[in-house]
Design a protein around this ligand. Structure first.
Ligand code: ZN
Ligand code: ZN
Length: 383
């Protein structure tokens, strides 16, 4: 890739973005590499910052570069880097923990209180020409994995972490609430872990159609009825009279979370992967009486990126199918608009130094259909 531009896509305040040529990052540690960013996917959290300028207590106060789902090419390596060399293609893990605290030393670096995470204020994201990162958070892509697929490793790692939290094992039944990018990938990872029944649940019929073609063995179109009734219908649809072994919420929507606790079997596992409202009414009696194991899931940790790459390299998960189009860097805002409109699953933004053949966005066949109805989940947030 030629080009030296470090053009950056910057959020000033809600709905106010601009492009700015910023100084190219430099090596700050001999253990770092500089990566030229080839492709970046748009995440629900990027769209949320663009729309609202905040997620929970993370508030954009100063201009911030968006983006954190990227793959790129190493253009410079620090003197102490032994695992990567100039020219290597890598998936970027976009969060850097302190490596010293109790969470880090305990093997749960995703829970580090001092995490520096791309496009989470006050830290800049990866929608720029170049990115500096510790070499051990850049994962070399095997020849079988393209740079565009490399940009999908981040959301796939989110799904891997969720499915690991759920401890899905061979032969199990897994219900996945929400068929957005993360819900779809969770279904695919669950299949790869040996789940024999994977039920996708959503409020948009076309998303379910896609889910069935991707990884789901069954689908259920959620109705505006009591959560208990949706739960009964899901179990009837999937032939699971005793309940599902595992239920994963990748929607963050209150009615889905409520139905989840009625879908899970006695002694089953429920994992919250989606982010919606911070507080909801929760069926805690069902949790108690069924002795449900409940877990949260946040971003990704040790081994999740590696497994995500291995699953793609082995042909177990075809992440390319989630990509509706690739746009030039100058069209980044338009891409955000399309993702916000709900008409697409994933759009990739080419790096400012990347040449793409025209604007493929409008020619790509839409994989998913229009906008979720009111009350739908914002996104299966990872970040
Ligand atoms: Zn994300
Ligand atoms: Zn730490």
């Amino acid at each position: 890739m030629a080009g030296t531009s470090n053009l950056s896509f910057i959020l000033n305040k809600p709905l106010d973005v601009e492009f700015q040529e910023r100084p190219r990052p430099t090596l700050k540690s001999p253990h770092d590499v500089i990566v030229a960013v080839n492709y970046t996917g748009i995440c629900g959290s990027d769209v949320h910052y663009w729309q609202h300028g905040a997620i929970g207590h993370y508030v954009v106060k100063d201009p911030m570069v968006l983006g954190h789902e990227s793959a790129g090419t190493v253009v410079e390596a620090g003197a102490a880097v032994t695992t990567l060399k100039v020219g290597d293609r890598v998936a970027l893990e976009p969060g850097y923990p302190c490596r010293r605290c109790r969470a880090c030393l305990g093997g749960h670096y995703n829970l580090c209180p001092d995490m520096v995470f791309a496009a989470t204020p006050p830290y800049d994201g990866t929608l720029a020409g170049f990115w500096a990162a510790p070499a051990d958070f850049c994962y070399r892509l095997p020849d079988a994995v393209s740079l565009q697929e490399g940009a999908l490793i981040e959301p796939l790692a989110v799904a891997v972490h969720i499915v690991r939290q759920a401890q899905v094992s061979p032969g199990q039944s897994v219900v996945v609430m929400g068929a957005g990018p993360v819900g779809l990938l969770v279904g695919a990872v669950a299949r790869a872990f040996g789940a024999t029944t994977v039920v996708a649940v959503d409020i948009v019929p076309s998303k379910l159609e896609f889910a069935r073609s991707f990884a789901a063995t069954h689908t259920y179109l959620s109705q505006r009825v009591a959560p208990e009734e949706n739960a009964r219908n899901i179990l009837a649809e999937a032939g699971l009279p005793a309940g599902a072994d595992v239920v994963i919420d990748a929607s963050g929507a209150e009615p889905s979370i409520q139905a989840s606790l009625h879908v899970v079997r006695v002694g089953g596992t429920y994992v919250q992967g989606g982010m919606g409202k911070p507080d909801i009414t929760f069926p805690i009696m069902a949790l108690c009486l069924k002795e449900v194991t409940a877990r949260g899931s946040f971003r990704y940790g040790s081994g999740d990126y590696k497994l995500a790459i291995d699953l793609v390299a082995a042909g177990r998960i075809d992440v390319k199918r989630l990509v509706d189009g690739v746009v030039a860097f100058k069209d980044a805002e338009e891409a955000f608009r399309k993702v916000h409109g709900g008409k697409v699953i994933k759009i990739l933004i080419a790096g400012p130094n990347e040449k793409i053949e025209g604007d493929k966005l409008d020619t790509a066949a839409p994989a998913a259909a229009p906008a979720p109805a009111e009350g739908a989940a914002e996104a299966a947030g990872c970040c």
